[in-house]
Ligand binder design. Sequence first.
Ligand code: PMP
Length: 353
Amino acid sequence: MMKKADISKLIRPNIRSLKAYEAKEIPCRVKLDANEGPYSPLPAVKILADKAILSSLNRYPDPEGKALKSALAKSIGVSSRNILLGNGSDEIIYYLISALGGPVLFPVPTFVMYGVISQTLGAKAIPVPLDKDFDLDTGKIISIIKNQKPKLIFLSSPNNPTGNCFSSDRILKIIAASKGIVVVDEAYHPFACSRGFLSSLKKYRNLAVLRTMSKVGFAALRVGYMVAAEELIREVNKVRLPYNLNSISQAVALQGLKDKKIINALTKDVAKERSRLMKELSAMDGVTPYPSEANFILFRVGDADGLYRELLKQGVLIKNLNGMITNAMRVTVGTRRENDIFLKALRSALKKN
Ligand code: PMP
C-alpha cells in the first residue's frame, strides 16, 4: 500500500502560514467591492467578431505581445523596450519580487498583494505605517532605506484602499534616497488629477511605473504593464512565463487603446459619480468618507461588520476593511443606477445598525 503523504509537511513554511487571497464570488445585485470599471467598453470587445482571432485559437499567442506593446509605447511616448506586459499588474509584482528578491518595503495600509507575494516568494517584507493623513512617513522610510537597503519599494499612488495620492515631493525624496527600485503603482492614475511619474523615468533609473487596464473597463482581460529602464525590463523579462498574455486579451486591449474616447468618457463618468457619492456620504450621520483620487471611496462607520451584513442582505456588495482599518469600508464608484441603489441601501442599513 502506498504510504500516505503528509502534504502539509511538504509545503514550504512560508506558504503554509499564508492566507489565500480571497476573491470570493458573493451573489449580489450590485457589485461595488473590487474597483472595477462600471461598464464594459463594448466597441473594443466587438473585435472578437474578427474571424482571424477566433480561427487561430489553436496557435499560441504572440509571446511578446508586440502590437499591444507598441501601441502602449506610442500612447505614453516611450520605446517598446521600456515596457513589460503582465497578466494583470499583479503578475508584474510577482515577477519583480522573483527577479529582485527582498527586502520589499511598502507603506500600510496599501494593496495587499505586495505583502502576499513577498511572503509567497520568501522575500522579507517591511510594512511602514502611513502618517495620520495617509501620506508617506518619509523620515521612517528613509531611515529604513539606509539601514535595511530594500531592493524594492512599492508605492501605490493613488493608494488602495485610502484613495489619496501620496505627495509627489515625498515620492521623489524616496526615489532619490533609494538604491533599490521604487515602483510607483499607478493602477488608479486614470482617475487622479496628478500627472503621475512617467515623466520622471528619464531622470531616475531606479524608478518603475506600473499601470493596468483593469480599472478602465477591462478587468477580465488581465492586462497590466510596467514602464521602466530597458535594463530592468530585460532582467525582469527573464522570469516572465512564455505566452503570459492570451491572444484574445491582446486583441481586445489593442482595440481598447484605439478607442481612447471611450476610456476617457468612462473616467469622466467615474469622476462625476465620485463627487456625487462623496457629497451624499458626507451628508450622512455616522459616515466619514475620505477624499479620493481613485475609482473608489474609503469611509468609516460605527460598525463596519454589521453594516456590511445589512448591505449584503439588500444585495449590495462592498469591501469591508475592518481587519485592516478599524470600521472602514471601501465602495467602488459604479454607474449612477448602482450608486443610487448603494446609497439607498446604506441609508436603510444605517437606520437598522
Ligand atoms: N495595484 C493596485 C494598487 C491595485 O489596487 C490592483 C487591483 N486591485 C492591482 C495593482 C492589480 O491589478 P491588475 O492585476 O488587475 O492589473
